[in-house]
Ligand binder design. Structure first.
Ligand SMILES: [Zn+2]
Length: 155
């Protein structure tokens, strides 16, 4: 099974939990905090073999109906990226790269958003998938060590 399929299966088998932030206690999950006080928690299932274990996992979530930051939206549209109706999907996907590649989001947001998966860097490749849980946009990401035959660096 390829890495994109492993990610899709992990999201399908272990969908994120959205709960009140107060009182949520867990150590295994990756977390993202919504503007309304809830937390999104994604626990990665154990891989079938230790070989398949990613280096790290991350989740990022936003309320789909909250206003978009106009400056970033304008910049991304100027860069040729259609953002209408999907700004927060692009935002969350870019946040996944920020979290897993350890690059500040302000730097990434100044450029163009992440629009494809995986993003392949010299050491890690980062796969993401975006889902919608009611009014919450959720991006899930996994980082793996870059395979030797991977293409040129993008991250
Ligand atoms: Zn949790």
């Amino acid at each position: 099974m390829g890495r994109a399929d492993r990610l899709a299966r992990a999201v399908r088998d272990h969908p994120p939990v959205i709960a009140a932030r107060a009182g949520h206690r867990c150590r295994a999950g990756a977390h993202s905090y919504l503007a309304d006080g809830r937390v999104v928690c994604w626990v990665l299932p154990e891989p079938e073999s230790p070989h398949d274990r990613p280096l790290a996992h991350a989740v990022d979530a936003e309320l789909a109906l909250q206003p978009v930051p106009p400056g970033i939206d304008a910049r991304w549209r100027l860069a040729g990226i259609p953002t209408r109706g999907r700004f927060w999907e692009l935002w969350c996907a870019t946040e996944i790269l920020a979290k897993l590649a350890d690059v500040p989001m302000v730097l990434l947001a100044r450029r163009a958003p992440v629009t494809c998966s995986p993003v392949v860097g010299p050491r890690v490749e980062i796969h993401h998938v975006v889902t919608r849980v009611g009014e919450v946009v959720v991006a899930h990401g996994l980082a793996w060590a870059t395979t030797s035959e991977a293409g040129p660096a993008q991250a």
